[in-house]
Design a protein around this ligand. Sequence first.
Ligand code: FES
Length: 103
Amino acid sequence: LRVQLQLADGSERIVQVAAGTSLMSALRAEGLMQGICGGQKSCGSCRIETDAAWSAHLPPPDRIETRLLAALSDPRPADRLACQIHLTPALDGLRIAIPDRPL
Ligand code: FES
């Protein structure tokens, strides 16, 4: 499936990823993300911003994800952890931005 990205420099890119993986794993494989904790919801290095039109299609963040996102610098309502977004065919065309904000 396709994921549409807006990169930190403002450029746009589309990546093809296999369903069944996490968004963090897919972006890390493209060299676009660190994913330091490996998806354990403890590092925040996989922070992304979801497009408003897609937010409703994603399962809401659990308490641990919400707490970590709030603890990062400059938190915003559209923030999510890419390691907690599991790609399914229903998310084909998902649009996200990779923010240029320090942790
Ligand atoms: Fe560390 Fe997502 S990879 S919080």
